[in-house]
Design a binder for this molecule. Sequence first.
Ligand SMILES: Cc1cc2nc3c(=O)[nH]c(=O)nc-3n(C[C@H](O)[C@H](O)[C@H](O)COP(=O)(O)OP(=O)(O)OC[C@H]3O[C@@H](n4cnc5c(N)ncnc54)[C@H](O)[C@@H]3O)c2cc1C
Length: 193
Amino acid sequence: MVYDLVIVGGGPAGASAAIFAGRAGLRTAVVDDGTSMALKAVVNNHLGLPDGVDGPDFLALGRRHAVTAGAEWIETQTTSLAVADDVVTLGTADGQALQARDVLLTQGTNTALAEEAGITVEAGREPWIKSVMTVDAEGRTSAPNVWAAGTVGGTSVHTIIVAGDGARVAVNLISARRGARHVDHDKLDDPVG
Ligand SMILES: Cc1cc2nc3c(=O)[nH]c(=O)nc-3n(C[C@H](O)[C@H](O)[C@H](O)COP(=O)(O)OP(=O)(O)OC[C@H]3O[C@@H](n4cnc5c(N)ncnc54)[C@H](O)[C@@H]3O)c2cc1C
């Protein structure tokens, strides 16, 4: 079975991308090894959460939302990435070989997997972020069908910004596959005014 999209990293960037991909009907999996930097955070600056939220609770909400949207959540570490014949293959620590038409890297501070696969990285500009993937305006890396978003895509290290970036790149890759801009809007049955 070949996934439409495998997202490596289930922090806010990856979970947000998974929500858009799952709702768009893409066969989507998130692979996550449970080391998000948000595990240590108390988030008091995220739109819609005026009372703040502990990082672990925030991550759990993201996972629940992604799964509700249709994404599969796989708890393991991705250990290798190879691109051949329009399919990206990800090896995992528990011996799986996951195949996908597109892969989105949302690995936070971790660029090792991409570097080992020969994907171009560059110096990070945010505090504590040593390296990030080199991406184009859409979020494509130097490898075909491999995209990056969130911290590892070079965005500002804040939950609202990386979540927005995950959604942005997901919309770009959905649109690229479909050949038309993708929009995901639901509307009220009885709008006021
Ligand atoms: C102490 C602290 C406090 C913070 N406070 C705030 C705050 O108040 N407000 C705010 O906006 N931001 C805060 N942040 C920043 C916030 O946590 C980050 O912006 C956010 O978590 C980045 O999201 P991300 O999805 O890019 O990366 P992460 O959240 O780091 O997610 C990356 C995910 O990728 C997974 N992963 C990596 N490599 C692999 C692999 N090979 N295989 C499988 N999975 C992999 C990891 O397990 C992880 O879950 C804080 C950060 C810290 C450290």
